[in-house]
Write a protein that binds this ligand. Structure first.
Ligand code: BES
Ligand code: MN
Ligand code: ZN
Length: 498
Protein backbone atom coordinates (compact mmCIF):
# COMPACT_ATOMS: atom_id res chain seq x y z
CA UNK A 1 0.00 0.00 0.00
CA UNK A 2 1.18 3.46 -0.85
CA UNK A 3 0.54 6.16 1.75
CA UNK A 4 0.77 9.89 1.20
CA UNK A 5 -0.15 13.13 2.94
CA UNK A 6 -1.93 15.83 0.91
CA UNK A 7 -3.94 18.98 1.41
CA UNK A 8 -5.73 19.23 -1.95
CA UNK A 9 -9.12 20.91 -2.11
CA UNK A 10 -11.95 18.47 -1.41
CA UNK A 11 -13.93 19.62 -4.44
CA UNK A 12 -11.02 18.59 -6.67
CA UNK A 13 -10.77 14.98 -5.46
CA UNK A 14 -11.81 12.62 -8.25
CA UNK A 15 -11.23 9.27 -6.56
CA UNK A 16 -12.86 7.94 -3.38
CA UNK A 17 -13.36 9.92 -0.20
CA UNK A 18 -13.69 8.58 3.33
CA UNK A 19 -15.35 10.80 5.91
CA UNK A 20 -16.32 10.21 9.53
CA UNK A 21 -19.63 11.04 11.17
CA UNK A 22 -20.19 11.25 14.91
CA UNK A 23 -23.43 10.09 16.45
CA UNK A 24 -23.86 13.38 18.26
CA UNK A 25 -25.40 14.88 15.11
CA UNK A 26 -22.55 17.32 14.78
CA UNK A 27 -20.90 17.11 11.39
CA UNK A 28 -17.14 16.92 11.60
CA UNK A 29 -15.23 19.74 9.91
CA UNK A 30 -14.68 17.83 6.69
CA UNK A 31 -18.20 16.35 6.70
CA UNK A 32 -19.54 19.88 7.05
CA UNK A 33 -17.42 21.02 4.12
CA UNK A 34 -18.66 18.16 1.94
CA UNK A 35 -22.21 18.93 3.01
CA UNK A 36 -21.75 22.53 2.01
CA UNK A 37 -20.15 21.62 -1.33
CA UNK A 38 -22.96 19.24 -2.16
CA UNK A 39 -25.71 21.68 -1.27
CA UNK A 40 -26.69 20.04 2.00
CA UNK A 41 -26.78 16.47 0.68
CA UNK A 42 -25.37 14.92 3.84
CA UNK A 43 -27.76 16.83 6.09
CA UNK A 44 -30.64 15.55 3.98
CA UNK A 45 -29.49 11.95 4.28
CA UNK A 46 -29.03 12.39 8.01
CA UNK A 47 -32.50 13.81 8.42
CA UNK A 48 -34.11 11.04 6.41
CA UNK A 49 -32.18 8.43 8.41
CA UNK A 50 -30.16 6.92 5.54
CA UNK A 51 -26.93 7.66 7.32
CA UNK A 52 -26.14 7.89 11.01
CA UNK A 53 -23.03 8.16 13.08
CA UNK A 54 -23.53 4.74 14.63
CA UNK A 55 -20.12 3.29 15.41
CA UNK A 56 -18.84 1.16 12.55
CA UNK A 57 -21.77 1.77 10.20
CA UNK A 58 -20.49 2.32 6.66
CA UNK A 59 -22.45 3.85 3.78
CA UNK A 60 -21.17 4.14 0.22
CA UNK A 61 -22.51 6.97 -1.93
CA UNK A 62 -21.99 7.69 -5.62
CA UNK A 63 -23.02 10.61 -7.82
CA UNK A 64 -22.93 13.12 -5.01
CA UNK A 65 -24.20 16.50 -6.22
CA UNK A 66 -21.39 18.90 -7.18
CA UNK A 67 -18.60 16.59 -6.08
CA UNK A 68 -16.07 15.15 -8.50
CA UNK A 69 -15.31 12.20 -6.24
CA UNK A 70 -16.26 8.84 -7.67
CA UNK A 71 -17.37 7.54 -4.29
CA UNK A 72 -17.91 8.75 -0.79
CA UNK A 73 -17.54 6.31 2.10
CA UNK A 74 -19.16 7.53 5.29
CA UNK A 75 -18.20 5.75 8.48
CA UNK A 76 -20.00 6.12 11.78
CA UNK A 77 -17.66 7.02 14.63
CA UNK A 78 -20.13 6.70 17.51
CA UNK A 79 -20.27 9.24 20.30
CA UNK A 80 -17.37 11.66 20.20
CA UNK A 81 -16.52 11.35 23.89
CA UNK A 82 -16.53 7.54 23.65
CA UNK A 83 -13.96 7.33 20.89
CA UNK A 84 -10.94 5.37 22.12
CA UNK A 85 -7.91 4.15 20.16
CA UNK A 86 -9.49 0.70 19.99
CA UNK A 87 -12.85 1.91 18.72
CA UNK A 88 -11.03 4.10 16.22
CA UNK A 89 -9.09 1.13 14.83
CA UNK A 90 -12.32 -0.87 14.68
CA UNK A 91 -14.11 1.74 12.62
CA UNK A 92 -11.17 2.07 10.24
CA UNK A 93 -11.26 -1.68 9.74
CA UNK A 94 -14.98 -1.57 9.03
CA UNK A 95 -14.45 1.23 6.51
CA UNK A 96 -11.59 -0.60 4.81
CA UNK A 97 -13.76 -3.71 4.66
CA UNK A 98 -16.32 -1.72 2.68
CA UNK A 99 -13.65 -0.17 0.45
CA UNK A 100 -12.34 -3.66 -0.34
CA UNK A 101 -15.75 -4.57 -1.74
CA UNK A 102 -15.48 -1.85 -4.37
CA UNK A 103 -13.09 -1.10 -7.20
CA UNK A 104 -11.68 1.96 -5.46
CA UNK A 105 -7.93 2.23 -6.16
CA UNK A 106 -7.24 5.46 -4.28
CA UNK A 107 -8.83 6.46 -1.03
CA UNK A 108 -8.58 9.99 0.34
CA UNK A 109 -9.14 9.79 4.08
CA UNK A 110 -10.70 12.79 5.79
CA UNK A 111 -10.62 11.07 9.16
CA UNK A 112 -7.94 13.47 10.38
CA UNK A 113 -10.63 15.50 12.12
CA UNK A 114 -12.14 12.53 13.90
CA UNK A 115 -10.30 13.26 17.10
CA UNK A 116 -9.60 10.43 19.54
CA UNK A 117 -9.76 11.69 23.12
CA UNK A 118 -6.60 13.66 23.74
CA UNK A 119 -4.83 12.63 20.53
CA UNK A 120 -3.47 14.82 17.77
CA UNK A 121 -3.96 14.43 14.02
CA UNK A 122 -0.56 12.75 13.86
CA UNK A 123 -1.56 9.96 16.24
CA UNK A 124 -4.79 9.61 14.38
CA UNK A 125 -2.82 9.06 11.16
CA UNK A 126 -0.55 6.51 12.79
CA UNK A 127 -3.37 4.44 14.20
CA UNK A 128 -5.20 4.57 10.87
CA UNK A 129 -2.16 3.31 9.00
CA UNK A 130 -1.61 0.54 11.56
CA UNK A 131 -5.24 -0.57 11.28
CA UNK A 132 -5.16 -0.52 7.48
CA UNK A 133 -1.95 -2.54 7.39
CA UNK A 134 -3.46 -5.00 9.83
CA UNK A 135 -6.54 -5.50 7.72
CA UNK A 136 -4.43 -6.22 4.64
CA UNK A 137 -2.02 -8.57 6.39
CA UNK A 138 -2.00 -12.11 5.00
CA UNK A 139 0.34 -15.00 5.69
CA UNK A 140 -0.15 -17.30 2.72
CA UNK A 141 3.45 -18.30 2.12
CA UNK A 142 2.54 -21.95 2.62
CA UNK A 143 -0.81 -22.01 0.79
CA UNK A 144 -0.85 -23.59 -2.66
CA UNK A 145 -3.56 -21.24 -3.78
CA UNK A 146 -2.39 -17.79 -2.82
CA UNK A 147 -5.32 -15.58 -1.92
CA UNK A 148 -6.31 -13.32 -4.77
CA UNK A 149 -5.35 -9.73 -4.07
CA UNK A 150 -8.43 -8.95 -2.03
CA UNK A 151 -8.83 -5.38 -3.18
CA UNK A 152 -8.02 -2.95 -5.90
CA UNK A 153 -7.04 -0.33 -3.34
CA UNK A 154 -3.38 0.60 -3.64
CA UNK A 155 -3.10 4.10 -2.25
CA UNK A 156 -4.36 5.86 0.85
CA UNK A 157 -4.05 9.64 0.99
CA UNK A 158 -4.30 11.23 4.41
CA UNK A 159 -5.92 14.58 3.86
CA UNK A 160 -4.69 17.29 6.24
CA UNK A 161 -4.77 21.08 6.44
CA UNK A 162 -1.83 22.70 4.68
CA UNK A 163 -0.42 23.88 8.00
CA UNK A 164 -0.29 20.30 9.25
CA UNK A 165 1.62 18.74 6.36
CA UNK A 166 5.04 18.77 8.01
CA UNK A 167 4.08 17.02 11.29
CA UNK A 168 1.79 14.68 9.36
CA UNK A 169 4.66 13.69 7.07
CA UNK A 170 6.80 12.89 10.10
CA UNK A 171 3.98 10.85 11.62
CA UNK A 172 3.56 9.03 8.33
CA UNK A 173 7.25 8.14 8.23
CA UNK A 174 7.16 6.80 11.77
CA UNK A 175 3.96 4.89 11.12
CA UNK A 176 5.38 3.28 8.00
CA UNK A 177 8.55 2.22 9.80
CA UNK A 178 6.53 0.75 12.66
CA UNK A 179 4.22 -1.00 10.19
CA UNK A 180 7.27 -2.49 8.48
CA UNK A 181 8.56 -3.72 11.83
CA UNK A 182 5.20 -5.19 12.81
CA UNK A 183 4.92 -6.99 9.48
CA UNK A 184 8.45 -8.40 9.79
CA UNK A 185 7.72 -9.64 13.31
CA UNK A 186 4.42 -11.23 12.23
CA UNK A 187 5.95 -12.97 9.21
CA UNK A 188 8.79 -14.39 11.28
CA UNK A 189 6.49 -15.49 14.11
CA UNK A 190 3.87 -17.09 11.87
CA UNK A 191 6.51 -19.14 10.08
CA UNK A 192 6.23 -22.84 11.09
CA UNK A 193 8.79 -24.32 13.49
CA UNK A 194 10.16 -26.83 10.96
CA UNK A 195 11.28 -23.87 8.84
CA UNK A 196 11.80 -21.18 11.44
CA UNK A 197 14.37 -22.90 13.67
CA UNK A 198 17.25 -21.19 15.50
CA UNK A 199 19.43 -21.21 12.35
CA UNK A 200 16.64 -19.55 10.35
CA UNK A 201 16.25 -16.84 13.00
CA UNK A 202 19.99 -16.20 12.80
CA UNK A 203 19.90 -16.06 9.00
CA UNK A 204 17.15 -13.45 9.15
CA UNK A 205 19.28 -11.42 11.54
CA UNK A 206 22.22 -11.69 9.15
CA UNK A 207 20.05 -10.60 6.23
CA UNK A 208 19.30 -7.36 8.12
CA UNK A 209 22.97 -6.47 8.00
CA UNK A 210 22.85 -6.84 4.21
CA UNK A 211 19.97 -4.35 4.04
CA UNK A 212 21.42 -1.64 6.24
CA UNK A 213 24.94 -0.25 6.40
CA UNK A 214 24.28 0.73 10.01
CA UNK A 215 23.86 -2.89 11.12
CA UNK A 216 26.44 -5.60 11.79
CA UNK A 217 25.22 -9.04 12.78
CA UNK A 218 27.22 -11.74 14.51
CA UNK A 219 25.98 -15.19 15.49
CA UNK A 220 27.08 -17.08 18.58
CA UNK A 221 26.73 -20.85 18.17
CA UNK A 222 26.89 -23.69 20.68
CA UNK A 223 30.67 -24.06 20.49
CA UNK A 224 31.22 -20.47 21.62
CA UNK A 225 28.46 -20.77 24.21
CA UNK A 226 30.25 -23.79 25.66
CA UNK A 227 33.59 -21.97 25.75
CA UNK A 228 31.98 -19.04 27.52
CA UNK A 229 30.07 -21.22 29.99
CA UNK A 230 26.49 -20.47 28.91
CA UNK A 231 25.42 -23.78 30.38
CA UNK A 232 21.83 -22.89 31.21
CA UNK A 233 21.11 -21.82 27.63
CA UNK A 234 22.90 -24.95 26.33
CA UNK A 235 21.00 -27.27 28.67
CA UNK A 236 17.67 -26.18 27.18
CA UNK A 237 19.01 -26.76 23.67
CA UNK A 238 20.60 -30.15 24.26
CA UNK A 239 17.42 -32.12 23.56
CA UNK A 240 17.17 -30.68 20.05
CA UNK A 241 19.09 -31.61 16.93
CA UNK A 242 18.85 -27.97 15.87
CA UNK A 243 21.82 -26.05 17.19
CA UNK A 244 21.10 -23.04 19.42
CA UNK A 245 22.04 -19.74 17.79
CA UNK A 246 22.19 -16.38 19.47
CA UNK A 247 22.17 -13.57 16.91
CA UNK A 248 23.54 -10.14 17.86
CA UNK A 249 22.16 -7.34 15.66
CA UNK A 250 24.36 -4.32 16.28
CA UNK A 251 22.94 -1.00 15.05
CA UNK A 252 25.25 2.01 15.43
CA UNK A 253 24.07 5.49 14.53
CA UNK A 254 24.55 7.60 17.65
CA UNK A 255 26.35 10.89 16.88
CA UNK A 256 28.73 9.83 19.66
CA UNK A 257 30.01 6.41 18.57
CA UNK A 258 31.07 5.72 22.16
CA UNK A 259 27.53 6.20 23.46
CA UNK A 260 26.38 3.20 25.48
CA UNK A 261 23.90 1.05 23.57
CA UNK A 262 20.34 0.21 24.48
CA UNK A 263 20.14 -3.59 24.43
CA UNK A 264 16.98 -5.55 23.59
CA UNK A 265 17.00 -9.28 24.32
CA UNK A 266 14.28 -11.46 22.76
CA UNK A 267 13.34 -14.97 23.86
CA UNK A 268 13.62 -17.02 20.69
CA UNK A 269 12.29 -20.50 21.46
CA UNK A 270 11.39 -21.50 17.92
CA UNK A 271 9.46 -24.36 19.52
CA UNK A 272 8.77 -25.12 23.17
CA UNK A 273 7.39 -28.62 23.74
CA UNK A 274 8.20 -28.26 27.44
CA UNK A 275 11.05 -30.79 27.27
CA UNK A 276 10.85 -33.76 29.69
CA UNK A 277 8.17 -31.78 31.57
CA UNK A 278 6.17 -32.19 28.37
CA UNK A 279 3.27 -29.86 27.65
CA UNK A 280 -0.22 -31.23 26.95
CA UNK A 281 -1.03 -31.75 23.26
CA UNK A 282 -3.83 -29.18 23.16
CA UNK A 283 -2.63 -25.99 21.44
CA UNK A 284 0.96 -27.18 21.55
CA UNK A 285 1.31 -25.93 17.96
CA UNK A 286 1.05 -22.42 19.38
CA UNK A 287 4.44 -22.90 20.99
CA UNK A 288 5.96 -22.03 17.63
CA UNK A 289 5.14 -18.52 18.87
CA UNK A 290 7.55 -18.92 21.76
CA UNK A 291 10.01 -16.90 19.67
CA UNK A 292 7.78 -13.83 19.53
CA UNK A 293 10.14 -11.92 21.81
CA UNK A 294 12.95 -12.44 19.30
CA UNK A 295 10.58 -11.69 16.41
CA UNK A 296 9.62 -8.38 18.01
CA UNK A 297 13.27 -7.44 18.51
CA UNK A 298 13.88 -8.31 14.85
CA UNK A 299 10.95 -6.07 13.82
CA UNK A 300 12.11 -3.21 16.03
CA UNK A 301 15.63 -3.34 14.56
CA UNK A 302 14.11 -3.00 11.08
CA UNK A 303 12.01 -0.04 12.16
CA UNK A 304 14.98 1.63 13.84
CA UNK A 305 17.14 1.16 10.73
CA UNK A 306 14.36 2.48 8.51
CA UNK A 307 14.01 5.59 10.70
CA UNK A 308 17.79 5.87 11.05
CA UNK A 309 17.32 6.82 14.70
CA UNK A 310 20.41 8.53 16.12
CA UNK A 311 21.02 5.82 18.73
CA UNK A 312 23.14 2.76 19.34
CA UNK A 313 20.85 -0.26 19.72
CA UNK A 314 21.78 -3.91 20.04
CA UNK A 315 19.13 -6.56 19.44
CA UNK A 316 19.80 -10.08 20.67
CA UNK A 317 17.72 -12.95 19.30
CA UNK A 318 18.18 -15.84 21.72
CA UNK A 319 17.29 -18.72 19.40
CA UNK A 320 16.81 -22.21 20.86
CA UNK A 321 14.45 -25.20 20.84
CA UNK A 322 13.05 -27.10 23.85
CA UNK A 323 12.25 -30.76 23.14
CA UNK A 324 12.07 -34.05 25.03
CA UNK A 325 14.84 -36.44 23.96
CA UNK A 326 17.27 -39.06 25.23
CA UNK A 327 19.77 -36.26 25.55
CA UNK A 328 17.37 -33.67 26.97
CA UNK A 329 18.01 -31.93 30.30
CA UNK A 330 15.98 -33.23 33.22
CA UNK A 331 14.12 -32.04 36.29
CA UNK A 332 16.70 -32.29 39.07
CA UNK A 333 19.65 -31.23 36.93
CA UNK A 334 21.81 -28.47 38.40
CA UNK A 335 23.22 -26.01 35.88
CA UNK A 336 26.02 -23.49 36.29
CA UNK A 337 25.01 -20.29 34.52
CA UNK A 338 27.34 -17.88 32.71
CA UNK A 339 27.06 -15.59 35.73
CA UNK A 340 28.31 -18.40 37.98
CA UNK A 341 25.06 -18.85 39.89
CA UNK A 342 23.83 -22.45 40.02
CA UNK A 343 20.23 -23.32 39.15
CA UNK A 344 18.28 -26.43 40.08
CA UNK A 345 15.88 -27.37 37.29
CA UNK A 346 12.54 -28.30 38.81
CA UNK A 347 10.58 -28.03 35.59
CA UNK A 348 12.12 -28.19 32.13
CA UNK A 349 9.19 -26.19 30.77
CA UNK A 350 10.47 -23.12 32.62
CA UNK A 351 13.16 -22.92 29.93
CA UNK A 352 12.78 -19.32 28.80
CA UNK A 353 14.40 -17.92 31.95
CA UNK A 354 17.32 -20.36 31.55
CA UNK A 355 18.02 -19.18 28.03
CA UNK A 356 17.48 -15.55 28.97
CA UNK A 357 19.63 -15.56 32.12
CA UNK A 358 22.71 -16.43 30.07
CA UNK A 359 21.79 -14.06 27.25
CA UNK A 360 21.31 -11.29 29.84
CA UNK A 361 24.71 -11.98 31.38
CA UNK A 362 26.22 -12.00 27.89
CA UNK A 363 24.73 -8.51 27.38
CA UNK A 364 27.00 -7.13 30.13
CA UNK A 365 29.87 -7.07 27.64
CA UNK A 366 28.16 -4.24 25.74
CA UNK A 367 28.15 -2.00 28.82
CA UNK A 368 24.54 -1.16 28.08
CA UNK A 369 22.81 2.09 28.99
CA UNK A 370 19.81 -0.15 29.72
CA UNK A 371 18.48 -3.59 28.84
CA UNK A 372 14.92 -4.63 28.04
CA UNK A 373 14.10 -8.28 27.53
CA UNK A 374 10.96 -9.38 25.74
CA UNK A 375 9.62 -12.89 26.25
CA UNK A 376 6.59 -15.13 25.98
CA UNK A 377 7.65 -16.20 29.43
CA UNK A 378 4.69 -17.38 31.48
CA UNK A 379 1.14 -18.65 31.19
CA UNK A 380 0.72 -17.00 34.60
CA UNK A 381 1.07 -13.59 32.97
CA UNK A 382 -1.92 -14.37 30.75
CA UNK A 383 -3.89 -15.47 33.81
CA UNK A 384 -3.02 -12.21 35.55
CA UNK A 385 -3.50 -9.70 32.75
CA UNK A 386 -5.40 -11.48 30.00
CA UNK A 387 -4.52 -10.92 26.37
CA UNK A 388 -4.66 -7.15 26.34
CA UNK A 389 -1.72 -5.96 28.42
CA UNK A 390 1.87 -7.13 28.29
CA UNK A 391 3.34 -7.66 31.76
CA UNK A 392 6.15 -5.37 32.84
CA UNK A 393 8.64 -6.26 35.57
CA UNK A 394 11.53 -3.91 36.27
CA UNK A 395 14.25 -3.08 38.75
CA UNK A 396 14.54 0.47 37.39
CA UNK A 397 11.56 2.75 38.05
CA UNK A 398 12.50 5.39 35.51
CA UNK A 399 12.93 2.83 32.74
CA UNK A 400 9.64 1.18 33.72
CA UNK A 401 7.86 4.53 33.54
CA UNK A 402 9.35 5.29 30.13
CA UNK A 403 8.14 1.95 28.81
CA UNK A 404 4.65 2.55 30.22
CA UNK A 405 4.57 6.00 28.61
CA UNK A 406 5.57 4.53 25.24
CA UNK A 407 2.92 1.81 25.67
CA UNK A 408 0.27 4.43 26.27
CA UNK A 409 1.42 6.56 23.34
CA UNK A 410 1.57 3.64 20.93
CA UNK A 411 -1.70 2.12 22.19
CA UNK A 412 0.27 -1.10 22.75
CA UNK A 413 -0.71 -1.66 26.35
CA UNK A 414 1.48 -2.82 29.22
CA UNK A 415 0.92 -3.09 32.97
CA UNK A 416 3.58 -3.16 35.65
CA UNK A 417 3.71 -5.99 38.17
CA UNK A 418 5.38 -5.55 41.57
CA UNK A 419 8.85 -6.95 42.16
CA UNK A 420 9.53 -6.81 45.88
CA UNK A 421 12.08 -8.94 47.72
CA UNK A 422 9.57 -11.54 48.98
CA UNK A 423 9.31 -13.05 45.53
CA UNK A 424 12.96 -14.06 45.64
CA UNK A 425 12.20 -16.35 48.57
CA UNK A 426 9.96 -18.46 46.36
CA UNK A 427 13.00 -19.28 44.22
CA UNK A 428 15.01 -20.94 47.00
CA UNK A 429 16.49 -24.34 46.25
CA UNK A 430 17.74 -26.95 48.72
CA UNK A 431 20.61 -27.85 46.44
CA UNK A 432 21.56 -24.87 44.28
CA UNK A 433 21.64 -21.06 44.44
CA UNK A 434 18.25 -20.81 42.75
CA UNK A 435 15.37 -23.00 41.58
CA UNK A 436 14.01 -22.37 38.10
CA UNK A 437 10.39 -22.19 39.28
CA UNK A 438 8.79 -20.31 42.14
CA UNK A 439 5.73 -22.36 42.95
CA UNK A 440 2.10 -21.81 42.16
CA UNK A 441 1.50 -18.16 42.98
CA UNK A 442 2.64 -15.05 41.17
CA UNK A 443 4.31 -17.01 38.37
CA UNK A 444 4.80 -14.04 36.07
CA UNK A 445 6.54 -12.15 38.87
CA UNK A 446 8.71 -15.00 40.11
CA UNK A 447 9.88 -15.54 36.52
CA UNK A 448 10.87 -11.85 36.44
CA UNK A 449 12.43 -12.19 39.88
CA UNK A 450 14.53 -15.08 38.59
CA UNK A 451 15.85 -12.92 35.75
CA UNK A 452 16.55 -10.02 38.10
CA UNK A 453 19.37 -12.09 39.65
CA UNK A 454 21.23 -11.76 36.35
CA UNK A 455 20.69 -8.06 35.62
CA UNK A 456 22.40 -6.37 38.55
CA UNK A 457 25.04 -4.63 36.43
CA UNK A 458 22.67 -2.43 34.44
CA UNK A 459 19.25 -0.76 34.30
CA UNK A 460 16.74 -3.45 33.40
CA UNK A 461 13.12 -4.14 32.53
CA UNK A 462 11.30 -7.23 31.30
CA UNK A 463 8.18 -7.48 29.14
CA UNK A 464 6.17 -10.71 29.35
CA UNK A 465 4.23 -10.91 26.08
CA UNK A 466 2.78 -14.41 26.53
CA UNK A 467 -0.76 -13.01 26.26
CA UNK A 468 -0.25 -10.28 23.69
CA UNK A 469 2.08 -11.69 21.02
CA UNK A 470 -0.46 -13.79 19.16
CA UNK A 471 -4.20 -14.37 18.80
CA UNK A 472 -5.89 -17.73 19.16
CA UNK A 473 -8.93 -19.29 17.49
CA UNK A 474 -10.29 -18.31 14.10
CA UNK A 475 -7.96 -15.33 13.89
CA UNK A 476 -4.91 -17.31 14.96
CA UNK A 477 -1.81 -15.35 14.08
CA UNK A 478 0.97 -13.16 15.41
CA UNK A 479 0.07 -9.59 16.42
CA UNK A 480 3.51 -8.03 16.01
CA UNK A 481 3.29 -6.70 19.56
CA UNK A 482 5.16 -5.06 21.23
CA UNK A 483 6.98 -3.62 18.19
CA UNK A 484 4.84 -0.46 18.45
CA UNK A 485 5.64 0.03 22.14
CA UNK A 486 9.39 -0.59 21.76
CA UNK A 487 9.85 1.52 18.64
CA UNK A 488 8.02 4.39 20.34
CA UNK A 489 10.26 3.93 23.37
CA UNK A 490 13.34 4.23 21.14
CA UNK A 491 11.94 7.23 19.25
CA UNK A 492 11.46 8.88 22.66
CA UNK A 493 15.00 7.97 23.72
CA UNK A 494 16.33 9.55 20.52
CA UNK A 495 14.26 12.71 21.09
CA UNK A 496 15.55 12.88 24.66
CA UNK A 497 19.21 12.69 23.71
CA UNK A 498 18.82 15.17 20.82
N1 BES B 1 6.52 -20.48 26.68
C1 BES B 1 5.93 -20.85 27.91
C2 BES B 1 4.94 -19.80 28.43
C3 BES B 1 3.62 -19.75 27.73
C4 BES B 1 2.65 -20.69 27.97
C5 BES B 1 3.34 -18.69 26.90
C6 BES B 1 1.43 -20.59 27.34
C7 BES B 1 2.11 -18.58 26.30
C8 BES B 1 1.15 -19.53 26.51
C9 BES B 1 7.00 -21.02 28.96
O1 BES B 1 8.19 -21.55 28.51
C10 BES B 1 6.45 -21.97 29.97
O2 BES B 1 6.21 -23.10 29.61
N2 BES B 1 6.24 -21.51 31.19
C11 BES B 1 5.68 -22.31 32.20
C12 BES B 1 6.40 -21.99 33.48
C13 BES B 1 6.05 -22.91 34.61
C14 BES B 1 6.57 -24.31 34.33
C15 BES B 1 6.65 -22.35 35.88
C16 BES B 1 4.20 -21.95 32.32
O3 BES B 1 3.85 -20.79 32.21
O4 BES B 1 3.41 -22.87 32.49
MN1 MN C 1 8.15 -23.65 28.48
ZN1 ZN D 1 8.68 -21.21 26.57
Amino acid sequence: MKYTVKSTALAAVETSLLVGLFEDDMLSESAARLDQLSGGYLTQLLQSGEISGKHGQVTVLRNIPQLKAERLFIVGCGKQNELTERRYKQLIQKAIGAVKETKAAQLVSLLGDVAINGRSVEWNLRFALEAIEDSFYLFDRFKSNKNEPSAVLNEVVFHVDAAQTAPAERALQQAQAIALGIRAAKDLANCPPNICNPAYLAQQAEALAQQSALITTTVVGEKTMAELGMNAYLAVSQGSKNEAQMAIIDYRNHPDPQAKPIVLVGKGLTFDAGGISLKPADSMDEMKYDMCGAASVFGVMQAVAQLQLPLNVIGILAGCENLPDGNAYRPGDILTTLAGLTVEVLNTDAEGRLVLCDALTYAERFEPAMVVDIATLTGACVVALGQHNSGLVATDDELAQELLTAAQQAADKAWRLPLSEEYQEQLKSNFADLANIGGRWGGAITAGAFLANFTKKYRWAHLDIAGTAWLQGANKGATGRPVGLLTQFLINQADKSA
